[in-house]
Design a protein around this ligand. Sequence first.
Ligand code: MG
Ligand code: MG
Length: 625
Amino acid sequence: MRTGIATVCLSGTLKEKMQACAIAGFDGIEIFEQDLVTSPLGPEDVRKMAADLGLGLDLYQPFRDFDGVSPDLLKANLRRAEAKFKLMARLGMDTILVCSNVATATIDDDAVRAEQLAQLANLAGDHGVKVAYEALAWGKYVNDYEHAHRLVEMVDHPNLGTCLDSFHILSRDWDTAPIESIDAEKIFFVQVADAPKLSMDVLSWSRHYRVFPGEGQFGLAKFMGHVVRAGYTGPVSLEVFNDVFRQSDVERTAVDAMRSLIWLEEQSAKWLASTSAEAAAGNTGALRRRYPMELATLPKVNEPAGFNFAEVKADDTAQLEKLLGQLGFAFEGRHRTKDVQLWTMGQARVIINEQAAQHAEPAIAALGFDVDSPVIASARAQQLKAPVVARKVQADEEVFQGISAPDSTEIFLCQGSPDGTAAWTHEFGEGLEHPSAGATAVIDHVNLAQPWQHFDEAVLFYTSALALEPQPFAEVPSPSGLVRSQVMQTSDGAVRLVLNLAPIQQARNEARKTYQEHIAFAVEDLVATARAARDRGLEFLQIPANYYEDLDARFDLDPGFLATLQELNLLFDRDADGEFLHFYTATVGSVFFEMVERRGGYDGYGAPNAPVRHAVQYDSLHRTT
Ligand code: MG
Ligand code: MG
């Protein structure tokens, strides 16, 4: 698959954008007109620079408001087009994007449109230019790709073809299957963009909220599958207008963009395999049909089987040790060669890392996931351009395959075991007898705060590298703003990661992390766990009395049960599937812990209680500073 990206996706100058695209490994780019017009580089400079960087100049865009106009306007439009064709010759470019008319069309007649497009195609032919005609979702008369292609067929000129843009097609819910019947020779260009499902006017949605494939909710693998079946072999190019990407670090965004195409390529191949005639006939062993477009695949991974460990980094570990002890965790000892402690409660393992933590406030630093094969999972992550994390190990110690997540949390791919144990724990507490088994627990979920500019990148990272599935996102009110909350989880819920987009006001203070992150452990009897923790002196997050009054009003709880909840500062939720009990500890550095009990099939996180938690934490943060 030939990969491409429009310069409008990125921040910076044209030169910076082109360099970033080359570093990220794109085959070609689309030159967004505004980027050229505002550049000190002349067309010949751009042409040379692209050649030096090994980048194809695949599309000049956009040319607007051409068709369906009055004769006077047509004359002016042809003059305008000829100027661009001459410019393209200097750039060494041969394809231009022409969007269906939005602003100046006054004649709604296909015969007139076809006649005018034929004049454009003739002129383009004189200059060796190919015109890729695209139906904008908000085009005045032409807003459907099949309509646009009918016009292309009516004109029937070698210099006029179709541009398929996934946003314009999927935002309008047009059926994508008819793409297969388009003559591949007539598909001049394919642009891809994903988007979250939003309820707003299509133009604003398109201009501000497009995201890279895998970061939104569009069925892009299916779209691409139909394009591949049509026989298309040209560039598959990202055209993503996004307010955040246009102000983020250009090189990083380009890598995020490239990752999305690598992932889309794999997903498209999977979609094709799963919908082929052989698969439909149940003959999965049959040779996969070959299409003219080669689709690369990635090392295959299954979703992780569970959390292997969570790691908190801290200089002063006293408060963390106290908290974990009060929660009922057992200290398993120190690592035999590193300044690292291991605390466990059943299969919930927490590492306290004192290495390279000078003056660091306690913070979540790493997560381990159980995978079938750490080597294969790591190879996949690296092909998806995840940065590798190096950890020093001594002989006989387990080598962890690590990658760095977009928020710089270190992700370790660990060898899972059927009984949920971890071999590396033997490197701790030499000769120490294991303390008697107390209450058992597992890591239920981990909640990570994401910097605002890396949120979408994080969703794609965990989807593509770790095979976690994004759930519909929620917005939780907090005293300092709305917190966007995105759950990423495995189908069985064994791994649940909650990504929170902290309000900018909270995330801005880099010197002192004021946004908070937590690790939640699931136990079988939360009330007993809470009582034992209280007896050991645990400081609970104090829940206001108003909350319990509201709880009673909503759920009509047994008075004795309600009193127990209030006495222990427990929170409660119930839905059609079951019930959820949980409590929070006070915060140390930027970390706090949560204990949960899931009853029945409850699959959520106590979302109705999140605003209470945010408000109480905000209050205590502002009281102590
Ligand atoms: Mg487009
Ligand atoms: Mg939670």
